[in-house]
Design a protein around this ligand. Structure first.
Ligand SMILES: *Cc1c(COP(=O)(O)O)cnc(C)c1O
Length: 389
């Protein structure tokens, strides 16, 4: 395949693609056509940027973390403040882009899956804002552990469906959402939360999240007059990371670093496989069964990762590293104390890595750390963990 036709089919090297039953493939083809039709449409772009500014609060600052920089004594550290976005993380960029597409496609209802509830809350938020009917599928076990997020979604007017099939976890919620889509595709839009899944989802999610690096690249050039030495982001499915990396991909001198939990270090220790209808690097056993993962950051608790990250890892364009829970908890506290910014536990993974990297670099270099979300949601959990120690 030529490189263009590879991208059209959603391949990043050997990864990506779409491995789903024919009925679902049919629906994904329609989605792909519409995405390609609207992504470069002037009115669509204008509306997307209107809501990013007026509703989400963009652009987000690229903040020079002076006290952290001085403490570490190396490269200048800049924080891309996705935590300031309405609803508290980068997820809103993607759900906003997709709901505008859903509207264009004439959808009357939106469905989504959620694990810990963060993507469900973001989806319910934009559905409320656009007056769209919203159904969120969630593993029954997750609805019990995340009762407060279930309540948030219901406050926002969503209908939360507890899925008790299988293990009653995220994977089963994904299956239920796809089954709903196949049955109701004429009036229903499936809003997927990360840069994963069958084509065109990884490409589409990257497109909407790229606003992060479109802004940060311009901001760092204004502030430093040159590109950063590195861009660092945490990786769950990979949407905040690919959005933070996207505009720097052609800048070969800018290092791109993804950070994973050592207990779900897919890209660091996984192998090529297939998951949820696409090819990627997966944590799996010899039979190809995904391994159980556990992370203190619910958003990073996933045995697979985006196909483009899998490819960037194989080609060496990006590096992937892991950090331990202890390092994450220390970073969480340090950023809070030194900068007055309580990061999400997910984002604290990226901070944990910069604590190691920055001191090894000259002071004339700069590093951008993507703060994917704010830590309010994690404070009670961290309190329990620290008290338990
Ligand atoms: C969901 C989430 C993540 C992980 O998802 P990605 O798709 O890998 O970005 C990271 N940080 C925060 C704050 C999240 O809510």
């Amino acid at each position: 395949m030529s490189q263009t036709s590879q991208l059209e089919k959603g391949y990043f090297g050997q990864f990506g693609g779409s491995f789903v039953p024919p009925e679902l493939q049919n629906v994904l083809n329609i989605l792909n056509e519409n995405f390609n039709k609207y992504k470069d449409d002037e009115e669509f772009i204008e509306e997307f940027h209107y809501y990013l500014k007026e509703y989400v609060g963009r652009e987000t600052p690229l903040y020079y973390a002076e006290r952290l920089t001085n403490k570490l004594g190396g490269a200048k550290i800049y924080l891309k403040r996705e935590d300031i976005n309405h609803t508290g993380s980068h997820k809103i960029n993607n759900v906003l882009g997709q709901i505008l597409l859903a509207k264009r496609m004439g959808a009357k209802r939106v469905i989504a899956e959620t694990g810990a509830g963060q993507h469900g809350v973001a989806t319910a938020t934009v559905c409320a804002m656009f007056g769209m009917e919203c159904t969120i599928y969630m593993g029954a076990e997750d609805t019990e552990r995340q009762a407060l997020n279930v309540f948030r979604m219901e406050l926002l007017g969503a209908n939360v469906v507890a899925v008790s099939e299988g293990q009653a976890r995220l994977k089963d919620a994904v299956d239920a959402a796809f089954a709903d889509l196949v049955e109701n595709y004429e009036n229903t839009f499936y809003l997927l939360g990360s840069a994963v899944g069958p084509h065109p989802f990884p490409t589409m999610v990257k497109h909407f999240q790229s606003v992060i690096s479109q802004e940060s690249r311009q901001q760092i050039l204004e502030k430093e007059g040159k590109l950063p030495y590195a861009v660092i982001a945490c990786v769950g499915g990979g949407s905040n990371a690919i959005g933070s990396f996207a505009e720097y991909l052609p800048d070969e001198d800018v290092r791109l670093i993804g950070v994973e939990p050592s207990e779900a270090a897919t890209l660091t220790t996984g192998t090529a496989g297939q998951l949820h209808g696409f090819k990627c690097i997966v944590l799996q056993d010899e039979q190809g069964t995904p391994l159980p993962t556990y992370s203190i950051a619910a958003g990073l608790d996933y045995p697979g990762c985006g196909p483009e990250h899998s490819h960037l890892k194989m080609t060496g364009r990006a590096d992937y590293v892991s950090v331990t829970n202890e390092e994450v908890l220390e970073a969480f506290q340090l950023l809070s104390k030194l900068e007055g910014i309580i990061p999400a536990l997910e984002s604290a993974h990226a901070v944990a890595h910069v604590l190691k990297l920055a001191p090894t670099l000259d002071q004339d270099k700069s590093v951008i750390v993507n703060i994917s979300g704010r830590g309010d949601k994690d404070v009670a959990h961290v309190f329990e963990m620290l008290k338990g120690n």
